[in-house]
Design a protein around this ligand. Structure first.
Ligand code: PLP
Length: 402
């Protein structure tokens, strides 16, 4: 995989006098030249507004935008591009479902079932939906090792559950949840399912029809694409029944002063000028990832995570949180006596970019009794040598703060 480093210009620099090691990929990944060039080409040659233009550039921009939608559809195994809605990212995609679908279909007495390991993006929108509709929130608890307590699920999956929304891979613990089993069991009680694929879409193969989910959300910027572009997949039957959430241009069939009629999905959910260049960039990112192959990326990221898990566990004073396996490409860890912010800043001084904080998992962090953790998250351009460098820096920190 080291050959791919040449595709990422940003990696070839020093940080605080040391060669940069970028281990903050769960927050956002770096962008290969192929994606940067696609953006430049789009703005230099094709830029115009989409869909309503009757001129060459508008037609080219529309084709590029819709080509990107088709690429996304085949990337996640959707039945058709009409099931792909472009959003700003995972957060906006989940808010869309919570407001549009939740607003129309949730009512008092209904249960929204989440897990205890949700990112705030898959928690706060449901708190808001519950407050508006009178539905109740419930949570699948975790086992001591940081996996979902699947036995507790039996008691929780009652006919009152109208929605099960869960993260595919935890951005805090690295836990890989059994997405297919969760969707199958939820469907058996008639619940709609939403998979937060923010941490999986760029790392492993996804097939929404094999998973059997109704909605799936992810962010382009966590898989080599620019910021500000993301995806909501929705099964056609459910999108057809879901009312729009935002109103404006592009999403209407006809407008009178007092009322209007709406287009079918996906246009119904894409009011206003979309992030056209972002979608083009996402299409280029998908081509780039497909050129390498997700099974290779997954094996590579997981091998780095395992190397880090085992290495950090052996260091004096350190502890890694979450299960050893299966695990996505990240590790969260704490030291007995060094505050995670001090540790993360110490690493930064050595050129190592980690993330320190609550990782948008405050309720779980509180439950486990940590103020915050340090997190290293890996992607296709990271190397075993970089993991070893991190282990050396962590050992140094243990001595420095002693
Ligand atoms: N869900 C998970 C599991 C995440 O890790 C993140 C980002 O870290 C999000 C949702 C939110 O993604 P975005 O900020 O791109 O909308």
């Amino acid at each position: 995989m080291e050959a791919f480093r040449a595709d990422f210009p940003i990696l070839h620099q020093e940080a605080n006098g040391h060669p940069l090691v970028y281990f903050d990929n769960a927050a956002t990944t770096q962008k290969p030249k192929a994606v940067l060039n696609a953006l430049l080409h789009y703005y230099e040659h094709d830029n115009a507004n989409v869909h309503r233009g009757l001129h060459l550039l508008s037609n080219r921009a529309t084709e590029a935008f819709e080509r990107a939608r088709a690429k996304v559809a085949s990337y996640i195994g959707a039945a058709s591009p009409e099931e792909i809605i472009f959003t700003r990212g995972t957060t906006e995609a989940i808010n869309l479902v919570a407001q549009a679908w939740g607003g129309a279909f949730l009512k008092p007495g209904d249960v929204i079932l989440l897990t205890e390991m949700e990112h705030h993006s898959n928690l706060v929108p449901w708190q808001q939906a519950a407050a508006k509709t009178g539905a109740t929130l419930k949570f699948i608890p975790l086992t001591g090792s940081g996996t979902l307590d699947m036995e507790a699920l039996d008691g929780l999956l009652t006919p009152e559950v109208k929605l099960l929304a869960f993260t595919h891979i935890s951005n805090f613990l690295g836990t890989v949840n059994p997405a297919q089993e969760l969707c199958t069991r939820a469907r058996a009680v008639g619940a709609v399912t939403l998979v937060d694929a923010a941490q999986s879409a760029g790392h492993l193969e996804l097939d929404v029809r094999a998973l059997g989910c109704d909605f799936l959300a992810f962010s382009g910027h966590k898989m080599c694409a620019p910021t500000g572009i993301g995806v909501l997949y929705g099964r056609a039957e459910i999108l057809d029944k879901t009312p729009p959430w935002q109103g404006g241009g592009e999403m209407i069939l006809s407008v009178r002063y007092e009322s209007c009629t709406y287009k079918p999905a996906p246009a119904r959910f894409e009011a206003g000028t979309p992030n056209i260049a972002g979608a083009v960039g996402l299409g280029a990112a998908i081509d780039y990832i497909n050129g390498i192959g997700r099974p290779r990326i997954q094996a590579h990221d997981e091998a780095l995570a395992l190397r880090a898990f085992e290495g950090i566990t052996e260091l004096p004073g350190y502890r890694v949180l979450g299960p050893q396996s299966p695990r996505g490409g990240l590790v969260s860890f704490v030291h007995d006596s060094i505050h995670p912010h001090d540790l993360t800043s110490f690493c930064d001084q050595k050129g190592l970019a980690l993330r320190g904080g609550h990782h948008c998992n405050q309720p779980l962090m509180k439950k486990l009794g940590f103020p915050s953790t340090s997190r290293a998250s890996f992607y296709l351009y990271n190397t075993p040598g970089e993991v070893d460098r991190m282990l050396g820096i962590l050992r140094e920190a243990d001595r420095f703060f002693a």
